[in-house]
Design a protein around this ligand. Structure first.
Ligand code: GLN
Length: 487
C-alpha cells in the first residue's frame, strides 16, 4: 500500500524524522539542564524560571511558523525554505553543544527561527504531493505523523541518555548531528520533489522581493542586537513576568485575528458560522496542549526527582519516560484511525467538537492519575513509573483523537481564500498551549512535590468541565453550523 504513495514522501518522512529527533531530543533535557545544579553541569535555575523559559521557547517555536510559512509563500518556495530551516536548526543545536552560558540563548533562538522555517512548510509539501491524489492525502499524513513520532523516540532515547548520563552538551550536540543527517538526506534527494513547492505560490516582482528581504534583515539584526545586548548585561528580564506578557500577547494576536476575519473578512453567513466553530476548536486545542506539554516540564521534573527509575539495578534517564508518548502514538494510531472508519461506516463518526471534548476528558483522566502518583511520592518518597506510564497513555489517546484531525478540520472549515492563514491559527493554538504549559508547570513545581497534587487535580477539573461543555454543545453546534446536506 505504501507503494502507491508518491516517492518523494520518503524524503519528507526522513527529513521530518531527523528534525523531530533533534527538536524533542533537545527539548526532552532542556528543563532538566536548566534546573540541574552548577556542580552537575546545569544552570541552577529555579523550577518556575526554567518552566517559564521552556514555555516561552516552545511558544516561540510555534509562533515562528507564521512568518516561516509567509517566507515560503512569498520569497523562496517551500522546498528551499525547508532546507534553510534545517541548516539554521542544526547550527542552533551545535551552538547549544558548546558549554557557554552566553551562547545558550543564541542557540535557542536559532532553533526557534529554523523550526519556524521548516515545520509549517514540510507539512505543506506533504499536502502538495497529494494535489492529484486527494483520496490518499489523509493516509499520507498518517504516515508523516509516524515520522514525527519515530523521530521523537530516537531523540528522547539518544539525547536523553547522553545528556543525563554523559553531559548535557553531548545531548545537545547529538541533536545537531541528527539534524545534519536530515539536512544531507534532504539536500541529496530534494530533486524528487519535482515542482512541488519549488517556487513561491505568490508571484511578486524582484523589487518587492528585495524590499521584503531588507525588512527581514533589519528584523534579524534587531533580534540579534537585543540578545547580544542582553548577554552583555545591558538589560535583564525575569522569565516569569516575560512568560505572563507573552501569554497575553499570543492570546491577543489570536483574538484580534478572529475579530478581523469575522468582521472584516467579507464572509457570508455560513462562512461566519464556520469561523465560530474554528474559534471553539481553537480554545479546545490550546487547553489540550497546555496540559499535554507538561511532558517536557513538570512531568519531566517529577520523573527526575520523584519517580523510581531503577531497572535491574540501573537507573535509566528521566527523559526516557517521555518516549512513552511517541511510542503509544505509533502503537495506537492505526487503531484510532480504524475506529473512525468503523464508526463512519455505521454513520456514527463523532463530530469535531465531540472529538475535541473527548480529547480533553482523556487529558483530565491522565492528570487524575498523576495527581495520585504525586500523592504517593509525598507519602513514600518515590512513586512507581507506572503513574507516568498511565498518564502518558491517556494523554496520547487524547492527542490521537484531537491532533491528527486538527489540520484537516481547519482546511475543510475555512473559507478557501483564507486556508493558509487559518492553518497558522492551528499552530497558534499550540503556541498558546505551550506558554500556558510553562506557567502551569512553574506553579506545579515551585514548592517541589507538595504543590503538584492540588494543581494536577485542578487541571483535571478544568479540562473535564471544558470537555463536557464541548461534548454537550457538539450536536446543536454542528446543526447550527452545517447545512442539512453537509451533515
Ligand atoms: N507532536 C506533534 C508534532 O511535534 C504535535 C505537537 C503540537 O502541535 N503541539 O508535530
Amino acid at each position: 500500500m505504501i507503494n502507491n504513495h508518491p516517492k518523494a514522501l520518503k524524503v519528507l518522512f526522513f527529513t521530518e524524522m531527523w528534525e523531530r529527533m533533534s527538536y524533542y531530543g533537545m527539548r526532552g533535557i532542556l528543563v532538566l539542564f536548566m534546573t540541574a545544579s552548577i556542580q552537575n553541569g546545569g544552570l541552577d535555575f529555579s523550577n518556575s524560571s526554567a518552566s517559564a523559559i521552556y514555555g516561552i521557547y516552545a511558544a516561540a517555536v510555534y509562533l515562528a511558523t507564521l512568518p516561516g510559512g509567509w517566507i515560503a509563500d512569498n520569497l523562496y518556495g517551500q522546498q528551499k525554505t525547508v532546507l534553510y530551516g534545517g541548516i539554521v536548526i542544526m547550527f542552533g543545536h551545535l551552538i547549544l553543544a558548546i558549554p557557554n552560558m552566553s551562547l545558550f540563548y543564541i542557540g535557542l533562538t536559532l532553533v526557534v527561527i529554523g523550526t519556524g522555517l521548516l515545520k509549517p512548510n514540510i507539512s505543506a509539501l506533504v499536502g502538495g504531493l497529494y494535489e492529484n491524489k486527494t483520496d490518499m492525502r489523509e493516509s499520507g499524513f498518517t504516515i508523516f505523523y509516524m515520522s514525527i513520532n519515530l523521530g521523537s523516540i530516537l531523540g528522547f532515547f539518544i539525547c536523553g541518555y547522553l545528556g543525563e548520563n554523559i553531559g548535557w552538551h553531548y545531548g545537545f550536540g547529538a541533536a545537531g548531528i541528527g539534524m545534519l543527517f536530515g539536512v544531507i538526506q534532504y539536500k541529496l534527494n530534494m530533486k524528487s520533489l519535482g515542482k512541488t513547492g519549488l517556487s513561491p505560490s505568490n508571484s511578486i516582482n524582484l523589487e518587492v522581493k528585495n524590499k521584503y528581504e531588507r525588512i527581514i534583515l533589519v528584523i534579524s539584526l534587531f533580534i540579534s542586537l537585543l540578545i547580544i545586548s542582553g548577554l552583555m548585561g545591558f538589560w535583564s528580564i525575569d522569565p516569569l513576568p516575560l512568560a505572563n506578557i507573552t501569554t497575553i500577547v499570543i492570546a491577543s494576536i489570536s483574538l484580534a485575528y478572529f475579530f478581523y476575519i469575522y468582521f472584516l473578512g467579507n464572509l457570508n453567513k455560513d462562512e461566519k458560522k464556520k469561523i465560530i466553530m474554528i474559534f471553539i476548536l481553537f480554545i479546545g486545542a490550546a487547553l489540550f496542549w497546555s496540559g499535554f506539554d507538561q511532558g517536557g516540564s513538570s512531568f519531566n521534573i517529577f520523573a527526575k526527582e520523584y519517580t523510581d527509575r531503577m531497572i535491574f539495578g540501573w537507573e535509566y534517564p528521566a527523559s526516557w519516560l517521555q518516549i512513552l508518548n511517541p511510542l503509544f502514538v505509533v502503537i495506537l494510531a492505526p487503531f484510532i484511525s480504524y475506529l473512525w472508519i468503523y464508526l463512519g461506516r455505521k454513520m456514527l463518526d463523532p463530530s469535531l467538537p465531540f472529538k475535541f471534548g473527548m480529547g480533553l476528558i482523556f487529558m483530565a483522566i491522565g492528570f487524575i492519575i498523576i495527581a495520585v502518583g504525586a500523592q504517593i511520592a509525598i507519602s513514600e518518597g518515590l512513586a512507581s513509573a507506572k503513574w507516568l506510564l498511565l498518564t502518558y497513555l491517556f494523554h496520547t489517546i487524547g492527542e490521537l483523537i484531537l491532533s491528527p484531525i486538527g489540520l484537516s478540520a481547519i482546511s475543510s472549515l475555512s473559507p478557501k481564500r483564507y486556508i493558509g492563514q487559518m492553518m497558522g491559527i492551528w499552530f497558534l493554538a499550540s503556541s498558546l498551549g505551550a506558554i500556558l504549559a510553562g506557567l502551569i508547570s512553574g506553579q506545579a513545581t515551585n514548592e517541589g512535590l507538595s504543590s503538584m497534587p492540588d494543581l494536577f487535580n485542578q487541571i483535571a477539573i478544568i479540562s473535564t468541565i471544558a470537555g463536557l461543555i464541548l461534548i454537550l454543545i457538539a450536536k446543536p453546534l454542528q446543526r447550527w453550523v452545517f447545512k442539512k446536506s453537509e451533515l
